[in-house]
Design a protein around this ligand. Structure first.
Ligand code: HEM
Length: 365
């Protein structure tokens, strides 16, 4: 709402009243001071964690607003710039979150031991906002690693668990983008069939790859391995255009997107220079950035846990560093867009789009 549209008169306000600095600065109470001599490093530990929670809040604020825009039957074209802008903001925040790990690492493992025992059984594992971010992005409960043979929500209060379970059922960013991509009208239009055109181009590329392997393989073993890899790529690629075979890829976890959605994503990645695909391309790129930075943060945090704890178990009772490292690989959300890179071909070999289609995708009269 613009300032001119506000009818209620508002009084002047000071910096500290507006930002509630007094109550805010009351919130850093060290447990070590409460129960004995204060451990100097505990203040840093609390402030770093609280800062994370504040940024998590901002990330959720952005994701929720984006989900609301995708909740319409038809996503409005004019909202796409805002969606991309907000996703970019999330990416910038994530970069900060990764960098912030180094600030906490100025605390040494020995310093940490001055107050660590006082934290049991509290753990970042119980961060409801972190779980909400994961669920809103689209991490599926069924893909989550088992944690002490319990579901992840067993370690939070019943009220928080209820919020988390509800969020599992709400449409996630993954679901929303999946549905939006599946509605792309340009895969088959006015006699043009993206699948037919593109398959020919990819087969030509793969047979060139085969020639390269045959010419340059250093041994029989090398040649066989190279040809097998190309054969596997060919089979997966064919499945992208065959509904039944694509189902197998979904069942095996190679792809999660709907069949039409995966094709639409490929079309957008390939023909991103067409004006109508430019914002969708940026959107897909931001989702990859978010996935990559979630993974980077997980890995950085796992290393920090290793550095602080060695092979001790976590305060939340997990195997510590090894649980966290395993989650780095398993808890990915937008891997489909990364996997699609296998099927990109050089621009010079890309089939030209028909004139009528480029007109529809561009700003031509
Ligand atoms: C001394 C620094 C830290 C250590 C040693 C540490 C250690 C751990 C360990 C061992 C776990 C696994 C659960 C458990 O058994 O407790 C965990 C989970 C977690 N921690 Fe930390 N942590 C540290 C700092 C942070 C910070 C600053 C944050 C920021 C919010 C954070 C957020 C999380 C989250 C979100 C999880 C759940 C991750 C998942 O399940 O994928 N941790 N941490």
């Amino acid at each position: 709402m613009s300032d001119a549209k506000r009818s209620k008169p508002y009084p002047p306000i000071s910096y500290s009243d507006y930002l509630k600095t007094s109550p805010l600065l009351e919130l850093q109470k060290t447990r070590s001071a409460e129960f004995g001599e204060e451990a100097h490093e505990e203040m840093l530990f609390i402030i770093v964690h609280q800062t994370y929670e504040l940024w998590f809040r901002q990330i959720l604020h952005e994701i929720n607003s984006i989900l609301a825009m995708f909740a319409r039957d038809l996503v409005r074209e004019e909202d796409m710039g805002t969606v991309v802008g907000r996703l970019s903001r999330i990416v910038e925040i994530q970069r900060l979150l990764v960098d912030q790990v180094s600030v906490l690492e100025t605390m040494t493992p020995l310093d940490f031991l001055d107050f660590r025992n006082m934290l049991y059984p509290a753990s970042g594992f119980q961060s409801t906002q972190w779980r909400l971010i994961e669920n809103r992005l689209g991490l599926k409960a069924s893909t989550r690693l088992k944690y002490n043979a319990q579901p992840y929500h067993a370690s939070v209060s019943p009220k928080e668990a209820e919020v988390l379970l509800k969020s599992e059922k709400d449409p996630s960013l993954f679901d929303s983008v999946d549905a939006w991509l599946a509605r792309t009208p340009f895969l088959q239009i006015d006699g043009y069939d993206f699948g037919t055109e593109y398959r020919e181009a990819v087969h030509a590329m793969l047979s060139e790859d085969k020639q390269t392997v045959l010419r340059f393989a250093k041994s029989d073993e090398d040649r066989e391995r190279g040809l097998k890899q190309i054969g596997d790529t060919e089979r997966v690629f064919e499945s992208l255009f065959d509904a039944d075979r694509y189902k197998e890829l979904q069942d095996s976890g190679t792809f999660r997107l709907q069949h039409k959605a995966v094709q639409a994503a490929l079309l957008i990645l390939l023909y991103r220079d067409q004006p109508a695909f430019n914002l969708p391309f940026q959107l897909l790129t931001r989702l990859q950035d978010i996935d990559e930075l979630m993974t980077t943060w997980r890995y950085r945090h796992a290393l920090m846990a290793h550095r602080m704890l060695g092979s001790k178990i976590g305060t939340g009772g997990s195997s510590g560093h090894s649980y966290l490292k395993a989650a780095t690989d398993t808890h990915r959300v937008f891997g489909d867009f990364f996997n699609l890179a296998t099927f990109l071909i050089p621009r010079s070999s890309l089939p030209k789009l028909p004139e009528a289609l480029t007109r529809r995708l561009g700003f031509h009269p």
